[in-house]
Design a protein around this ligand. Structure first.
Ligand SMILES: [Zn+2]
Length: 300
């Protein structure tokens, strides 16, 4: 089967469905809290494939690789130090196996380095660029369909990521920020700044993931939309976690409650919709159903 590429699918009418959370779902499937999800790429590959397959079955058009924390800088502080190439390649292969025989595409996930750039932190810009370039090359060589720089909070680090990526590949890139102080990122960046400063940098879409409440994320999306002409990627949390009696995070926004917002998100301008922390395959299935309904009965 000849797959339509990411850019082909983006040029078509309608909304694309992304996947749900990686970390919180793997934790509910037994991943020890505090352990990087990437450990399971090597140790429990069938669990990584299983989650991705559940998202595809739920209706995802695009799934992300389990490589959010797989930059060499971030792996340095884990048991996977020095295994960046292996983790990124294997994770891409696992995602590809999960979408085999379906039209779904694989996005290589690239998260923040976990360190602040100088002068606020210890990280040299050139080291950051090198680390992002390296991870992008591993993922691109493994054949992912696009790259997603996600959960960004600092404009300078996001720009370093895009610089590094564009040095090594022509794959389409999405850049997504987390407004986890409501409509500001941890570093105080506003959606309009993201729209103004990231849009001209050759990205295929720009977006929001994680964050705080659905209401705040929606407000942030409106501000972002008003500052960019690029397609919008929207992957909000299922709210903020509450800890249950055994200290495990639970998310109280139900699949139905989250899916009920989908028509509004589409009318604001979201072109790609999925979920972040707390979004289970059930949430995703409910979201996908709403997206498909809106395609059959477009309101505009
Ligand atoms: Zn999240």
């Amino acid at each position: 089967m000849e797959k339509r590429t990411f850019l082909e699918r983006m040029s078509e009418r309608g909304t694309l469905v992304l996947d749900g959370a990686t970390g919180t779902n793997l934790q509910s499937r037994g991943l020890t809290k505090g352990l990087p999800a990437e450990v399971w790429v090597l140790e429990q590959p069938e669990k990584i494939i299983g989650l991705a397959q559940d998202f595809v079955a739920a209706g995802a058009d695009i799934i992300l690789t389990c490589t959010f924390g797989a930059s060499s800088i971030r792996l340095e502080h884990t048991s996977l130090n020095g295994k960046g190439e292996m983790v990124n390649r294997r994770a891409a292969e696992l995602a590809q196996r999960a979408v085999e025989g379906t039209p779904a595409l694989v996005a290589g996930s690239i998260g923040p380095t976990g360190q602040l750039l100088k002068p606020l932190g210890p990280l040299d810009e050139t080291d950051a660029i090198r680390s992002f370039a390296e991870q992008a090359r591993y993922l691109a060589d493994a054949g992912v369909d696009l790259l997603v720089v996600e959960t960004q909070f600092d404009l300078a680090e996001a720009k370093a990521a895009l610089t590094g990526i564009q040095m090594v590949t022509n794959l389409p890139v999405v850049c997504s920020f987390s407004f986890d102080r409501g409509t500001r990122t941890m570093m105080g960046v506003k959606p309009a700044q993201v729209g103004n400063e990231i849009s001209p940098l050759g990205v295929a879409a720009i977006g929001i993931n994680c964050g705080r409440s659905l209401e705040d994320n929606q407000k942030a999306m409106i501000e972002l939309r008003d500052s960019t002409s690029l397609p919008i990627w929207f992957k909000p949390n299922a709210g903020l976690p509450q800890l249950d009696a055994s200290g495990n995070p639970t998310y109280d926004i139900s699949p139905e409650a989250m899916a009920a917002k989908v028509p509004e998100w589409i009318s604001i301008g979201a072109k790609l919709i999925g979920g972040c922390c707390g979004t289970s395959p059930d949430h995703l299935a409910a979201i996908a159903k709403e997206v498909h309904k809106s395609q059959l009965f477009p309101s505009r």
